[in-house]
Design a protein around this ligand. Structure first.
Ligand SMILES: C[S@@+](CC[C@H](N)C(=O)[O-])C[C@H]1O[C@@H](n2cnc3c(N)ncnc32)[C@H](O)[C@@H]1O
Length: 280
């Protein structure tokens, strides 16, 4: 089969079935991401950019380079992650926080509040959390509120830290929240930067969900949306059990619209719309 894909598609670089299978194995081992055969073309186009960049002429040479070179391994992983996100994505989740979770937290007079946006991509999700938190005008003072925002991809974490977005990205942001964005000296004409007041709540950190986690929790909220879909079922279930262990009793887990608890259903109460509360 070697070379067949290249001959059929007249590609710039030699890309065989064997190369694709090697890529599938490496990315699974490093990140838990499970690539189906349908991703063969996508993988080619994402990695072809890397081959051009590092001056390799075929995938076989490039993959040997990835195995030997730590920096390229990072770039390889970054190229293969899918980072699609936007502000106020699945808005009903933020309505739930505003209407149920935050009032509950305030009523308990709990001061230390910890949220985790796991697989936060370029930061729109944790910044949305921070905006909704700030929007809660009746909030009593004195909270120690922090959002941990983590992702495997080092590029997206850097974007999150900078908090600079093109104005097209602000389309889903309702007018009342637009005051959190302004044109700082670091922005081009078509960019806006998130206010420091929101940034102060968020700690962006590169973290591979497949490895050990340095945090002990407990978290009141773990939001992990549109991340599990990239993993196989055993990996998803293991991850959900680990989230369970880090949540406080009755803590809230929010998944993406097409994700589910799998075999962990008994651990959470299902509130609908992929919102779950830890039992026990
Ligand atoms: C589609 S984005 C989801 C962004 C956001 N949660 C949302 O729903 O809008 C998926 C993110 O999961 C991250 N990811 C994939 N595998 C990961 C892993 N093993 N550890 C941490 N993050 C991972 C990717 O880098 C990507 O940024």
């Amino acid at each position: 089969m070697t070379g067949v894909l290249t001959q059929e598609k007249h590609r710039e670089f030699d890309y065989s079935r064997n190369d694709f299978e090697k890529i599938v194995k490496i990315i699974y081992k490093v990140s838990g991401i499970s690539l189906s055969d349908r991703k063969e073309d996508m993988v080619y186009s994402r990695l072809a950019r890397r081959l051009r960049r590092v001056g390799k002429t075929c995938f076989e040479d490039y993959l040997n380079f990835v195995i030997e070179n730590n920096d390229e391994q990072k770039a390889f992983v970054n190229a293969l992650t899918t980072n699609l996100t936007h502000f106020f994505r699945e808005e009903h989740h933020f309505d739930y926080l505003e209407e149920v979770l935050f009032p509950e937290i305030f009523a308990k007079h709990q001061k230390r509040i910890r949220f985790w946006s796991a697989g936060c991509s370029t930061g729109e999700e944790p910044y949305t959390l921070a905006m909704v938190w700030e929007h809660f005008r009746n909030r009593p003072g004195g909270f120690d509120f922090k959002i941990l925002a983590t992702d495997l991809d080092t590029n997206v974490i850097e974007t999150g830290r900078q908090g600079i977005y093109g104005i097209d990205k602000l389309r889903p942001v309702a007018e009342e929240y637009l005051t959190w964005f302004s044109q700082s000296s670091e922005c081009s004409v078509n960019q806006r930067q998130v206010a420091d007041q929101l940034k102060q709540y968020i700690h962006f950190k590169q973290l591979n969900l497949m490895q050990d986690w340095p945090m002990n929790g407990p978290f009141q909220l773990i939001i992990c949306r549109n991340v599990l879909i990239y993993f196989d079922r055993p990996t998803q279930e293991k991850l959900i059990k680990r989230y369970y262990d880090l949540l406080e009793p009755n803590g809230c887990l929010i998944l993406g619209h097409s994700e589910s608890l799998g075999g962990n259903k008994g651990l959470f109460e299902n509130l609908g719309k992929t919102i779950f509360r830890k039992i026990g």
